[in-house]
Design a protein around this ligand. Structure first.
Ligand SMILES: Cc1ncc(COP(=O)(O)O)c(C=O)c1O
Length: 361
């Protein structure tokens, strides 16, 4: 059917058709989605099954899961009235954007960054202004601040995906204090970096912090994310969220995850050490530029065509992310840090791919 017959579509759907896409060929070594390479131990999975077995599956979960929210808030060290929980942080991002954006309003995103931000902003009819990172992939605070002046929403991922860059906390507070826009700080990779904007949500009504359990907590398959905002702003974001968005299984798993946080996160130091090792190895090779990262992934540029390198690595069973379609990253690929043996396989596959694709032209 031709699009011309789809009269019911709102105008912006023509620009964003296709949405958020991902090419995922089956590869034994999966380093393309910034996941934690270590699954939950069987004993912890069993603890979740046991928790869920005795719950009534025929009943809805509580309308507001206050006990669950209290557990999450305690873990974060914030007031439960500041916390909203969701089926992945993407869902909460959607609620925030729905609350703030409409045609005639402006959202500011940094570039390159997580694709979903500008897609969602456009879905709600807003215009999107992109502020590029500098050549070393650092945030440009003065430019962001200037763009924020007439914006309704500013989104900053820190650490940023796909670059691993982080925002300076003083720059951030300065921007938040001097702009009426809502600042959404996406801390999906917080645990790899350790700096947070949570404190700002106590005083500033225009700050939202998003976190996910998909990365450091190794819980991507279960879908859990959370939002922390000022007490007076939170009820509005909650209104834009669907009822019963969290299922009892996820809640049981997250309670188990929090009780066993140190077990689930005990590989983070190893992952950070591995990141430094893999970066060192690449830096020693000719024709590769590595960008610093404070997360469990990093980007690198080469003098070969990134898509071809990506394909050659897939042939060797190693899947990284081709980010060459992102603004500023036409020469780049992104690799997630895996287990040591997976990282070795990546290093070998890249060496093969560089040879397979001949010298730079
Ligand atoms: C910056 C950033 N935010 C959010 C997400 C998605 O998080 P969730 O799995 O909680 O929806 C990702 C996933 O890759 C991400 O990179």
């Amino acid at each position: 059917m031709s699009n011309d017959t789809l009269h019911f579509l709102k105008a912006q759907m023509r620009d964003i058709v296709g949405g958020y896409k991902l090419d995922v060929p089956a590869c034994p070594i999966k380093l393309n989605q910034n996941e934690n390479p270590y699954d939950w131990p069987a004993s912890l999975k069993q603890a979740v099954f046991e928790r869920v077995r005795d719950l009534p599956w025929n009943r809805y979960p509580p309308f507001v899961p206050s006990d669950f929210v209290a557990v999450v808030a305690k873990y974060l060290g914030v007031d439960p009235a500041q916390v909203l929980v969701g089926n992945g942080s993407n869902e909460l991002m959607y609620s925030v954007f729905a609350t703030v954006l409409e045609p005639g309003r402006k959202a500011v995103v940094t570039q390159p960054t997580f694709t979903l931000y500008s897609l969602l902003a456009k879905l709600f009819g807003a215009t999107v202004e992109s502020i590029n990172l500098d050549a070393e992939m650092r945030f440009d605070a003065p430019k962001l601040q200037a763009a924020a002046k007439d914006a309704s929403l500013v989104v900053i991922a820190s650490p940023n995906n796909p670059t691993g860059s982080v925002i300076d906390p003083m720059d951030l507070e300065h921007m938040v204090a001097s702009s009426p826009a809502l600042f959404v700080i996406d801390e999906a990779y917080f645990d790899f970096h350790g700096e947070t904007a949570l404190e700002l949500t106590r005083t500033y009504r225009n700050v939202v912090v998003l976190r996910t359990f998909s990365k450091a907590f190794a819980t991507a398959g279960l879908r859990f994310g959370l939002m922390v905002a000022h007490k007076e702003a939170l009820p509005f974001f909650a209104t834009a969220k669907l009822p019963y968005n969290l299922n009892i299984f996820t809640m049981a798993a997250v309670e188990t995850a929090i009780e066993h946080a140190s077990t689930l996160k005990n590989r983070l130091d190893e992952i950070k050490r591995e990141r430094e090792r893999v970066m060192r190895e690449l830096k020693a090779r000719k024709g590769i530029k590595v960008f610093p990262s404070r997360s469990n992934f990093f980007i690198f540029e080469t003098d070969r065509a990134p898509r071809k390198l990506w394909q050659s690595m897939v042939k060797k069973g190693v899947l990284v992310r081709d980010v060459s379609g992102y603004p500023m990253l036409s020469k780049a690929l992104r690799v997630t840090i895996g287990r040591p043996e997976e990282n070795d396989a990546f290093l070998k596959a890249l060496e093969f791919a560089m040879v397979d694709n001949g010298p730079a032209t």
